[in-house]
Design a protein around this ligand. Structure first.
Ligand code: BDR
Ligand code: CA
Length: 318
């Protein structure tokens, strides 16, 4: 039986690949997408998600719009003075045709709370964006945490940050929300941080192979990933020439093939105050804090396995 999931996205080039992977792989049943302020304003995230779903023939998957800003801070999106390349990864409108699809009338928060309240099958929650919607659900519904059987988060970093030297974008984008999620007591959290996503680089050669598939998903993935490679080449060169992480899609890939990532069970908390470190995931790799582990944290990934998964899925051969 296909595994049910909900994707919480700020679509976004790599979110778009994650959406297509979740919508098209037969091992998964994407029951809805929720959107949130992040890479671009939430209205653009919603429009991009709808565009991508219609483009690949999955306009049946409902999209619910969520929070337009962080749960506490009033200053995000802020000018990215520390790393002004970050905004270039995600055009406001992705290069696929405009859509006639519309978002659902219920909000993301209403959808999430009600879906988990009524669920009879396990539904994995996969946030690959700032955690504002998830924190709002925790605050509004005291039973939300116990009703979510599994959560897979793309975010954070131990050895590297991207939006600041210390912080990864999704956690930095709403640090108070992220802090509340990691402290909430979810039964099973898997964290896919930059340490893992930067081990699963997709190259320009993979991009050409995706384009050559000739399918809407293959060609869209090639365009989205190609855009990311161009920005990385100009602003943040990767270890492999002409390559990019496709962060959010790796989190979805893990649900299809858990062997794609290698994890350690550790305690994770989020810094919300540090002048230089706000938004840092503090990952207790050496058990110095004395707190029980709350996460399986990925530190490595199978790059070629991930690339082949994208190719097979977007070829329609998964
Ligand atoms: C994360 O930040 C966003 O820009 C990407 O979509 C991804 O979710 C990577 O740091
Ligand atoms: Ca994202």
């Amino acid at each position: 039986m296909a595994r049910k999931l909900i994707l919480d996205v700020d679509t976004g080039t790599d979110d778009a690949v994650a959406v297509m992977l979740a919508a098209l792989h037969p091992a998964l049943e994407l029951i809805g997408c929720t959107t949130v302020n992040g890479n671009i304003p939430v209205t653009s995230c919603t429009d991009n998600t709808l565009r991508v779903l219609e483009h690949i023939g999955r306009g049946d998957i409902p999209v619910y719009e969520g929070l337009a800003r962080p749960i506490v801070r009033r200053d995000f999106p802020i000018p990215r003075t520390v790393n002004d390349a970050a905004g270039k990864y995600h055009p406001d409108a992705l290069p696929v045709p405009a859509t006639t699809l519309r978002k659902q009338s219920a909000s993301a928060i209403e959808f999430l709370i009600e879906t988990y309240r009524a669920a009879t099958d396990p539904i994995v929650l996969v946030p690959v964006a700032p955690l504002s919607n998830i924190a709002a659900c925790i605050a509004l519904d005291p039973k939300f945490v116990s009703r979510v059987p599994e959560i897979v988060i793309m975010g954070g970093g131990h050895a590297l940050g991207n939006v600041t030297p210390s912080a990864e974008f999704n956690i930095w984008g709403d640090p108070e929300a992220a802090a509340s999620v990691f402290a909430a007591g979810f039964e099973k959290i898997t964290l896919v941080p930059l340490d893992a996503t930067h081990r699963a680089l997709i190259t320009a050669a993979h991009c050409r192979a995706l384009h050559a598939l000739g399918t809407p998903a293959g060609q869209a993935a090639s365009a989205f990933i190609g855009h990311r490679i161009a920005v990385h080449d100009a602003h943040q060169k990767q270890d492999i020439a002409h390559s990019t992480p496709v962060h959010d899609a790796l989190a979805v890939g893990f649900l299809i093939d858990p062997a794609l990532i290698t994890t350690r069970r550790l305690h994770v908390a989020v810094e919300t105050h540090g002048a230089l470190t706000v938004g840092r995931t503090v990952i207790d790799t050496h058990f110095r804090g004395g707190q029980a582990p709350n996460c399986d944290v990925a530190f490595d990934a199978d790059a070629e396995g991930f690339a082949q998964l994208l190719l097979r899925t977007f070829a329609g051969q998964a």
